[in-house]
Design a protein around this ligand. Structure first.
Ligand SMILES: Cc1cc2nc3c(=O)[nH]c(=O)nc-3n(C[C@H](O)[C@H](O)[C@H](O)COP(=O)(O)O)c2cc1C
Length: 318
């Protein structure tokens, strides 16, 4: 595959995107992925506006390739964030956690390409109606915040593909070339990986978090905080405290109080493995190393290419 709609849309070599991730994806990771031929995203979700500006400027200095910014739309200082993005000349924005109608047109009027992240085919169609340039459909294997319907990537991608005509990027549970090939077989034209890139040299997550994640086994992450915003995280003391409260029927307000502020920073960035909220996806059970981001891109493409060759031999047909 030389080019497809995703590589053409973003002007990149490989249809591999590193998802915006709180406390993981700063300019180092974004520029490393872009320099390797993918599309690196800076995760604005954990940045004060001026910190984001600094990351954008450093990313521009570190790569001459396309890169983008991920903006969760429930961000409190959203207007300031968008002004900075426009002012700094960012060309690609991936929005998430909100209504794509609110910002898509405004950003596109400044020549920005907009993709939006969804977890259902209903919202994928709303994205198309809102005029977004591409959709990221994310199954609930994914690390971090997830859809309430708990639809897996295997089911979500073909569902979305049936009705969507714009480029479709699959996310959730993909960390290898095999995974990429499976996503393409289901109708995706690009992949967004979060957990795999969170566990690289350039990710700004703490050493403690990364080392814990590469030792995880099947079943070590679960969806939690279902009364607030369902989030996939590692089963640790914080997770157990939430479960205990949920089991005794605690209200959303009580759980919000337990969550407090800064839990994901405490866990992912500061390495408090007991009290922090440790967001990572199911695919972590297949990850046991901390390579550079460039090596991840290279390995995923090499595996994709070698597996596709094996699949298309005549005797692989029934
Ligand atoms: C630590 C972590 C933080 C994340 N933060 C965000 C975020 O701020 N905004 C967002 O849209 N998605 C966020 N995500 C989701 C990723 O961008 C990506 O879509 C997801 O990780 C893909 O699934 P995977 O983890 O199975 O690769 C986060 C994921 C992780 C693991």
């Amino acid at each position: 595959m030389k080019n497809n709609r995703v590589t053409s849309l973003f002007g990149i070599k490989y249809p591999i995107i590193s998802g915006g991730m709180v406390w993981c994806s700063g300019w180092r990771l974004a520029s490393a992925v872009s320099n390797a031929g993918g599309l690196g995203l800076i995760g604005a979700g954990s940045m004060h506006p001026e910190v984001l500006r600094e990351h954008i400027q450093k990313c521009k200095a570190a790569t001459d390739k396309p890169f983008g910014v991920n903006v969760p739309l429930m961000y409190p200082e959203i207007d300031t964030i968008m002004d900075i993005i426009v002012g700094e000349g960012v060309k690609i924005v991936f929005t998430s956690a909100g209504n794509p109608k609110t910002w898509t047109k405004k950003l596109q009027d400044h020549g920005i390409i907009v993709a939006h992240v969804v977890s259902s085919s209903k919202f994928a169609l709303k994205c198309e109606e809102a005029g977004v340039n591409a959709v990221v459909a994310e199954g609930f294997e994914a690390g971090g915040h997830n859809g309430r319907e708990e639809t897996s990537t295997m089911v979500l991608i073909p569902q979305v593909r049936k009705s969507l005509s714009i480029p479709l990027i699959a996310a959730g549970g993909i960390g290898t070339g095999d995974g990429m090939l499976a996503a393409f077989a289901l109708g995706a034209e690009g992949i967004q990986m979060g957990s795999r890139f969170a566990l690289t040299q350039e990710s700004s997550a703490s050493k403690e978090f990364k080392e814990l994640c590469i030792g995880l086994k099947e079943g070590d992450t679960m969806l939690s905080l279902k009364k607030l915003s369902p989030t996939r995280m590692i089963k640790n003391d914080f997770y157990n405290a939430v479960q205990t409260m949920e089991d005794r029927g605690a209200s959303a307000d009580e759980i919000r109080e337990l969550l407090g502020r800064g839990r994901s920073k405490k866990g992912i960035f500061e390495g408090d493995l007991s009290n922090g909220e440790l967001e990572i996806g199911q695919i972590s059970s297949l990850i046991d190393d901390l390579p550079s981001a460039a090596k991840v891109v290279e390995d995923v493409i090499a595996e994709y290419n070698s597996k596709i060759d094996k699949l298309i031999t005549a005797d692989s047909k029934f």
